[in-house]
Design a protein around this ligand. Sequence first.
Ligand SMILES: *Cc1c(COP(=O)(O)O)cnc(C)c1O
Length: 262
Amino acid sequence: MINVTKAFLPPLDDYVQYLEGLWASGWITNNGVLVQELESKLREYLDVPHIQYMSNGTVALQVALKALDITGEVITTPFSYVATTTSILWEKCKPVFVDIEDKTFCIDADKIEAAITKKTTAILATHVYGNPCDVEFIEKIAKKYNLKVIYDAAHAFASNLDGQSVLQQGDAATLSLHATKLFHSVEGGAVIFKHKADYLKAKQLINFGFNAQQFPEFVGINAKMSEMHAAMGLCVLEHIEHITSWRRKLAKRYTELLEPVK
Ligand SMILES: *Cc1c(COP(=O)(O)O)cnc(C)c1O
């Protein structure tokens, strides 16, 4: 069998070392030390101000929509993973599809304005295969019509734009840290927020809506991550430069070999 993609597995001993620590402490979930360590390492590596780690990339989209109070119509792309659209439906909003560009496969920003109605509250676009959307133009439209912008950045963990992580773009950007993605923690996801207040809301949303007094302030969900998952993330993050350069090498080779049939 030829795999389309294969999960990166770190040296087993590295993972076992983390497990020994967990067996010693007995603290295996509920915002444990490894979850906190992974969040802080990701914040630094991605150079983003506010990042919330959670159970998968689908719930990350849902939490982003919920934290930003998105209702009504959401302009989105028909070319993405199924979760981009279903997260909108799950939040009882209406997806409004806008066609994609043939070069990047991302939403065609020139066609967004024509799809805006009085009910539109947000744009949810995917950075397809790590190609950044036309973030500047989308930002301009969002400002003009007072819309929120969410990027499904599941493919864009290592994507830069003018030397900065593309994850800094939008009111929120979501990551999937599933085993098949560039960087993973077996299962996992994250939301990066522009504003601290949205991040603090997401922190509560993924923990039943609990506030600091363990009182449910609003309706939340359980999307917390375990220490076992965070440990895998910490192990894989050690190898991220290698994983990224290996993928670049493979992509280059495909591009070269497929050049004659372009
Ligand atoms: C993988 C992926 C998701 C879903 O992530 P899960 O972690 O599997 O829930 C969402 N959007 C895109 C574009 C993806 O590639």
